[in-house]
Design a protein around this ligand. Sequence first.
Ligand SMILES: Cc1cc2nc3c(=O)[nH]c(=O)nc-3n(C[C@H](O)[C@H](O)[C@H](O)COP(=O)(O)O)c2cc1C
Length: 368
Amino acid sequence: MSEPVQERFLTLQEIVAAARQNLAPGPWGYLIGGTETETTVRRNRHALDSIAFRPRVLRDVRDIDVGGDLFGARTRLPVLLAPVGGLESFVEGGAAAAARASAAFGVPQMLSSVGVPGLEATAAAVDNLRVYQLYVRSDASGVDDCVRRARDHGYRAFCLTVDSAMYSRRERDLAGRFIKPWRADAAAGMAYQAALSWDEVKRFKDRHDLPLILKGIATAEDAQIAVEHGVDVIYVSNHGGRQLDHGLGSAAVLPEVVAAVAGRAQVWVDGGFMRGSDIVKGIALGARCVGLGRLACLGLAADGVAGLVRTLEILEEEVRICLALLGVTSFAALTPAHVAEAPAVVDAGVLSAFPLLGTGAEHPPLPD
Ligand SMILES: Cc1cc2nc3c(=O)[nH]c(=O)nc-3n(C[C@H](O)[C@H](O)[C@H](O)COP(=O)(O)O)c2cc1C
């Protein structure tokens, strides 16, 4: 009998190591890689590493509530599974496996419009809290049709990814000749993606009442414009460092966006969040929800649905301990006064949150 997943994986580091073992070099490079010099990837971690905690002590922290809430629904943690195209490269069942883990653990999933299975089949796989993310690669009637299908299939909100006017140069994929199956279809729609503007945001808000999320906001200026357009969720993201190279880390951008939004919309964030303490930092700085991109994929690659659920269980434990040691019993009690700027003490990299893996962990496994 195989060892139960709770005993096999005691730490997130063990999950990452298993994922690395299970993935061939092509999908591994696709998963962890970023654009060109991968500076934005590193800055995501560096920004989180540059935040330290200011703990308060002598408070009764026996009962900790680590839950969050999204669109009126309670979530077991204030996190969401960020949209990932091509999940089927990491786990059998692709997006449906992520949906099952989302339901089993109790956090929302944002389904990407690229990858399989699609909108209807993923919704049919399991009843979870779900939202839908679209790359606009069609005319307005195509977008409207997609919104209708999403609403009909129980997606609670609709997300436009706005940081992808061009597809970036991911050199690990190019060097490894890793061809993503969906790229051929993408080519036809890229002109729509490049043409996307605030006019489409206005059109969406005039026409649809599903909450609108803009994913890929990276400045206070754009957050302000989004709020003026009535956008419901400002999702601070640089696509995990996979689009514009030499951007700021998401955690460094978050405070200016939270200040610009001033409570008029929700702010979500992703980019480099790998640990329970990272999630606590994001919420302390004013985010309502933290997206997990690569970490969720690593969980799935380690051991499918069970691997992702185990990843979330360990994160939950890390979060509970972190909140207790900060002297608070829920996320609602966190404030910016619980964090401070501090010099980072590690060399930031996509997997630098996992020091036991050693330096160079991001390189593909050697063939047997
Ligand atoms: C393999 C992979 C595929 C992705 N595909 C999409 C996508 O289809 N749509 C999208 O909006 N973002 C996509 N992203 C970006 C994630 O949604 C998220 O913004 C990013 O991964 C967060 O950074 P992290 O990986 O450091 O957590 C993808 C990221 C990865 C790693």
